[in-house]
Design a protein around this ligand. Structure first.
Ligand SMILES: Nc1nc2c(c(=O)[nH]1)N[C@H]1C(S)=C(S)[C@@H](COP(=O)(O)O)O[C@H]1N2
Ligand SMILES: [Mo]
Length: 328
């Protein structure tokens, strides 16, 4: 368990993690009681806890540093600088300008936060975020984020695998898809006073996609609590799909039997499909998807877009035999 060889898109985390952060994290982990167990590394101790069935919901800090363990879900490319990750955003509930979320999302109340679990599952109802995400088992994953607008970032997220969260609600065999819904508050989210999208923002995944090892629920980035503009207090991260699938500030999760509606598909079905897998071979009707602008570095920096955003080895099998132009 947790023995995994490096894949082409992975590299040793010390290649990409700033040294100071890396050492701090080791110090944090060395201080954690559970990790002292039999000299286990962070990941091993964490899986031992899970195996022992201890849920031990950790504390959720209101801001600042999170406790988390390293993983080998990393990529060699440099991380997008923090000011760009938190200053150049899409979060239309706060306005359509790239700097609107950083300016206005602080109005959102993220504590307390609850998530409504509905549909085909044994455990449903309203749960505090701390009972949905176990803050004592957080891990870091450095993923590429590719927006459908042909730009990209590399972001160090902190969170938990989505599969672990969903499994805890014991979905039944009728749960073939899962739909996610963003919180809606017309006062705190000033952009929702305009009919840009049909609020609340909704997204969805097929069940096997949701249970894929890469699907992640983030509660932090750069080792700290998620800034509101990035989807606090909890957002989805599905790195092989266009960024709009990675829905922010989630307040509902629904297990459903039919393919659920998604906001961008509903607004422009020809442009945005349900699957929305990153695909350099399928142009958006209004622009090419074959390359992307790299945010945060040289203004002219571009890279070729990769199939499934570089994650084909982990996800391509889920789409075997499907026409990915038709099912875009
Ligand atoms: N609720 C909600 N989630 C959202 C969006 C949004 O407007 N509202 N924008 C999406 C888009 S288009 C992208 S590219 C990513 C951007 O995430 P980031 O701002 O954290 O980089 O969030 C996605 N999640
Ligand atoms: Mo996007």
């Amino acid at each position: 368990m947790f023995i995994r060889k490096n894949r082409p898109w992975q590299s040793r985390e010390d290649d990409v993690t700033p040294k100071g952060l890396y050492l701090d994290r080791r110090a944090i982990m060395a201080g954690g009681g559970a990790l002292a167990l039999a000299g286990l590394s962070g990941c091993e101790a964490q899986s031992a806890q899970v195996a022992a069935g201890q849920t031990g919901a950790g504390q959720r800090p209101a801001s600042g540093a999170l406790d988390f363990s390293a993983t080998d879900y990393t990529i060699a490319d440099p991380q997008t600088p923090y000011p760009a990750v938190t200053g150049y955003n899409n979060f239309y509930e706060f306005g359509i300008g790239k700097d609107d979320p950083a300016r206005y999302a602080s109005a959102l109340t993220t504590n307390p936060w609850s998530i409504e679990i509905e549909g085909h599952a044994a455990r449903t109802g309203r749960f505090a975020l701390e009972d949905v995400v176990d803050f004592s088992t957080l891990e870091e994953r450095i993923y590429r984020l590719r927006c459908v607008e042909a730009w990209s970032m590399v972001i160090p997220w902190v969170g938990v695998p989505l599969s672990r969260v969903l499994a805890a609600f014991q979905p039944t065999s009728d749960a073939r898809y899962v739909q996610f819904e963003t919180h809606l508050d017309r006062d705190e989210m000033r952009g929702t006073r305009f009919p840009v999208l049909d609020w609340p923002y909704v997204e969805g995944l097929r069940m096997d996609e949701a249970m894929n090892e890469l699907a992640f629920l983030a509660v932090g980035l750069y080792g700290e609590v998620l800034p509101n503009q990035n989807g606090a207090p909890v957002r989805l991260v599905v790195p092989w799909k266009y960024g709009y699938k990675s829905i922010k500030s989630i307040s509902k999760i629904r297990f459903v039997s039919e393919q659920p509606e998604t906001s961008w598909n509903r607004s422009a079905p020809r442009e945005y499909g349900f699957y929305s897998n990153v695909n350099p071979n399928r142009a958006h009707p209004r622009w090419s998807q074959s390359s992307e602008r790299v945010i945060g570095g040289n203004v002219f920096a571009r890279r070729d877009t990769e199939m499934f955003n570089g994650y084909a080895e982990q996800v391509a099998h889920m789409y075997a035999g499907m026409d990915l132009i038709e099912n875009h």
